[in-house]
Design a protein around this ligand. Structure first.
Ligand SMILES: [Zn+2]
Ligand SMILES: [Zn+2]
Length: 323
């Protein structure tokens, strides 16, 4: 893994409330849909819940927050509201081409959640691939060599659209509500949502894939307050996504490394990156980062396949049975 760890110079930092960081399609995607409630709402719409009240009931969110997030998701073109048509109730929210593009992300989220958590609800979930008729587990493979994608076999370089993005310091507070109390039993990757649905936690994981491991390195790359960063590193350790080892005794300092569970989240993050490349490149400059698969030497593009017939999973070729 190579990490281009050039931090922005002081002149590049435009204001105390913001910071210029290396553009990444993961951070662009997270800034658009990485919020916990956005992830939960999109998930419900994927499962066919598309009214305001339906979502209110399913997510347990307050009216104010739900309506604010629905506005946001429409603004970024991830939901569209059906107009009132005579004889038909309008006001339903539908997926767009952009949000349907998050289907691969949902597939990898389910795969990770089922690998690490056992609950009766989760065990009852069946994913059926309609073209082959089999129950399957989603599997991400390299488009070129077909090997299973593993984040340890990836190197990074600047892409044609390499630039710096302004990241705003002011963020929503971490929601004190854990996804474990979300009422909907369609919410099948709630542990992942708890981890990824927090902006800084997700950003720290993304940096770890690039080889960053120490507190000051994370802090240099992210416009985050030190107490919040400490808290998020603790959460990642408690969740078993990171391990920690001391690299210095006086004062005692730790470096963080990804566990198997953390590396297994890589395909999920890669789907987010690919989605960000396709949908969050507002200036149309091209990919800000290029990824290479070290096993085959080709640019890395992960394809999510059915592990039974090896076909690529298309959004409308998967049936989900929840119980
Ligand atoms: Zn490959
Ligand atoms: Zn299949």
């Amino acid at each position: 893994m190579s990490a281009d760890a050039s931090p922005p110079t002081p002149a590049e930092v435009s204001s105390p409330g913001s910071m210029l960081t290396r553009a990444s399609s993961i951070t662009r995607a997270l800034d658009q849909v990485g919020d916990k409630w956005c992830l939960l709402i999109i998930q419900e719409v994927f499962w066919g819940i598309n009214t305001f009240n339906g979502m209110l009931e399913a997510t347990g969110v307050s009216r104010g927050v739900l309506s604010e997030r629905l506005k946001w998701l429409q603004k970024i073109d991830c939901l569209r509201k059906a107009p009132d048509i005579k004889g038909r109730r309008g006001g339903e929210y539908h997926l767009t081409r952009k949000s349907i593009g998050l289907h691969a992300t949902a597939m990898m989220a389910i795969a990770w959640e089922r690998r690490y958590f056992r609950t009766p609800t989760l065990d009852a979930v069946k994913l059926k691939h309609t073209p082959c008729g089999h129950v399957f587990t989603p599997s991400m493979r390299c488009r070129e060599c077909d090997a299973a994608v593993d984040g340890r076999h990836v190197s990074y370089g600047p892409g044609v659209g390499a630039t710096r993005d302004t990241r705003i310091k002011k963020v929503r507070r971490r929601s004190s509500i854990s996804s474990s109390i979300v009422p909907s039993d369609r919410s099948i990757y709630r542990n992942l949502v708890d981890i990824v649905g927090d902006r800084w936690t997700a950003n720290v994981i993304a940096l770890a894939y690039h080889g960053y491991s120490r507190f000051y390195e994370f802090h240099r790359e992210l416009p985050v307050a030190t107490n919040i960063l400490s808290d998020r590193l603790k959460v990642l350790e408690e969740q078993g996504v990171f391990g920690a080892r001391a690299y210095q005794e006086r004062p005692r300092r730790f470096e963080y490394y990804l566990t198997e569970k953390g590396w297994d989240l890589f395909p999920y993050f890669l789907t987010l990156l690919q989605w960000g490349d396709q949908w969050c490149d507002e200036e149309n400059k091209g990919r800000p980062m290029s990824l290479e698969h070290s096993l085959c030497g080709s640019p890395l593009y992960g394809v999510v396949r059915c592990d039974h017939c090896d076909e690529k999973l298309e959004p409308y070729s998967v049936d989900i049975t929840l119980n």
